[in-house]
Design a protein around this ligand. Structure first.
Ligand code: NAP
Length: 481
């Protein structure tokens, strides 16, 4: 019998009326667990519980809240190996990638626990005699946190930890394709002794629960990571109620490769950015824009390196790439590959679903490279969110910059070059929120602001000190003494 994972509302685990299955995308015979199918009533109850818990939690000193977050981090750390394996089984990414993500989630809890002792305010000199002026942070209230399946522990951590340290209470709605990692965080919050009602967890269908969340009267803010379609709908609903909102959505991230780059490192960085985690990172490289002078040689090296990647069950040693998350994403990958064939001809490598042996049990796609893509093609414009790379030719740096910016998205961007002046030009001109230089376009840390621009994002940034801006409000005080 698979394990059952109930919802968590007002400090209690709720036996569900119905459940849904969480299956391993690398081996669909394996059921990871049965999760509660949350209802609108559950969301309403969670919002009421969070509302009731809010005054007590907000009144606790921030360092005391920080001590509880340190305990959450310690509890997660004790289960480090287990959490990594569970993530590989539910999301499909390789075990080293999964463990790296678990480590990041633990570090995020420790980072924001420390924020409890800092919680920076402002003190400035007044123009008036004997007036003391300062501003301090206060929590926003009940916040809704809606997370995607591709970073199933890091994203819930980077929303929940700053929300809690600022004194907010929360309702966490995880992605249905990978709810176990988020459930483990909530379990750790329970075990750490975070008071009842402060953290609530409601799993289930995004459509139904999303509507209930937007109608929950105690809700004051919503932080969402996922697709543009859902984000835009949430934005419209939130505007009606004047809810504070933060959206992190899709991307079509470029890596510019200039002729003066470290050639071999650039090949590795593009392969890593495009294909690791099966291309299912919001910051993944989906367009390589290569300077004409090295285009043919670079494309050949890229294809040769990509053919060596091993695709399979991420629990096995030596595997580079796991499966697509589910049948729908597999279908999306294959549909875009067919579009790519019509637009740019046969791919240089890949271009099909992998079958036979272990591949028959999961949703595996061969990493795919289309060369000779031009900027207006569908595969150069739309997010695929799979292991499909479009390679475009640029005359020179200026042409590469123009192509890089010619999409509606603006999440991450990368450049491979040894020319420092070009680097600074790129930093000024790239229309993206996250820039890398001589690194893959994906692979961020938690200590600096995270988020995009253009259609990729809306609202204050996540992570680092910037996270405090979304999860707190300023109270300004003028004091005559
Ligand atoms: P998604 O379909 O938009 O789902 C994201 C979350 O929203 C899930 O928890 C989903 O629940 C929920 N949801 C669905 N419909 C909803 C509604 N009407 N109201 C409220 N919530 C609703 O996205 P995804 O497929 O999980 O994730 C892939 C997308 O996320 C890609 O576009 C990727 O670029 C983006 N992403 C962006 C970032 C970033 O930081 N910019 C990071 C990671 C991923 P169910 O699972 O139950 O449907």
């Amino acid at each position: 019998m698979p394990n059952s994972y109930p919802n968590y509302i007002n400090g209690e685990w709720h036996a569900p009326a119905s459940t849904f299955e969480n299956r391993n995308p690398a081996n669909t015979d394996e059921i990871i667990g049965l999760f509660a199918q949350g209802t609108a009533q559950d969301v309403g109850d969670a919002a009421d519980a969070a509302h009731e818990a809010f005054p007590g939690w907000a009144a606790m000193t921030a360092p005391a809240r920080g001590n509880l977050l340190y305990k959450v981090a310690d509890l997660l750390d004790r289960r480090f190996d287990q959490l990594g394996e569970e993530m590989t089984r539910e999301e499909g990414k390789t075990l080293p990638e999964a463990k790296g993500e678990v480590r990041r989630a633990i570090n995020i809890f420790r980072y924001f626990a420390g924020e409890g002792s800092r919680m920076p305010g402002m003190v400035v000199p007044s123009e008036r005699d004997r007036v003391h002026m300062f501003a301090l942070r206060k929590p926003v209230g009940v916040v809704g946190l809606v997370t995607p399946w591709n970073f199933p522990i890091a994203i819930p951590a980077w929303k929940l930890a700053p929300a809690l340290i600022c004194g907010n209470t929360a309702i966490l709605k995880p992605a249905s394709a990978s709810p176990l990692c988020a459930w483990r965080i909530v379990e750790a919050c329970h075990q750490a002794g975070i008071p009842k009602g402060v953290v609530n967890f409601v799993a289930g269908s995004g459509g139904a629960l999303g509507r209930a969340l937007m109608e929950a009267q105690p809700l004051k803010a919503i932080s969402f990571t996922g697709s543009c379609a859902v984000g835009n709908w949430l934005h419209a609903e939130a505007s009606r109620r004047r809810l504070r909102i933060q959206l992190e959505m899709g991307g079509k991230n470029p890596t510019i490769v200039l002729a003066d780059c470290d050639f071999q490192a650039a090949v590795e960085n593009v392969v890593n950015g495009a294909f690791f985690s099966t291309g299912q990172k919001c910051t993944a490289t989906s367009r390589a824009i290569v300077e004409d002078a090295i285009y043919d040689r670079f494309v050949a090296a890229l294809a040769e390196r990509t053919r060596k990647l091993k695709v399979g069950n991420g629990l096995e040693p030596g595997i580079d790439i796991g499966p697509a998350i589910d049948a729908a994403q597999l279908e999306t990958d294959l549909r875009y590959i067919e579009i790519g064939r019509k637009e740019a001809g046969e791919p240089l490598t890949g271009g099909f679903r992998l079958t036979g042996g272990v591949h028959d049990k999961g949703y595996f796609v061969a990493p795919t490279i289309f060369a000779n893509v031009t900027e207006n093609m569908t595969i150069a414009q739309e997010e695929i969110f799979g292991p499909v790379l479009a390679v475009l030719r640029a005359r020179d740096f200026d042409d590469a910059m123009r192509i890089a910016n010619a999409v509606p998205f603006g999440l991450s961007a990368s450049i491979q070059t040894s020319n420092v002046s070009r680097v600074f030009d790129y930093v000024q001109r790239a229309e993206a929120g996250l820039l890398t230089v001589n690194l893959p376009s994906a692979g961020v840390e938690y200590q600096l602001p995270f988020g995009g621009t253009k259609d990729s994002s809306f609202g204050p940034k996540e992570q680092g000190q910037a996270a405090l801006e979304f999860y707190s409000d300023w109270k300004t005080v003028y004091l005559k003494y």
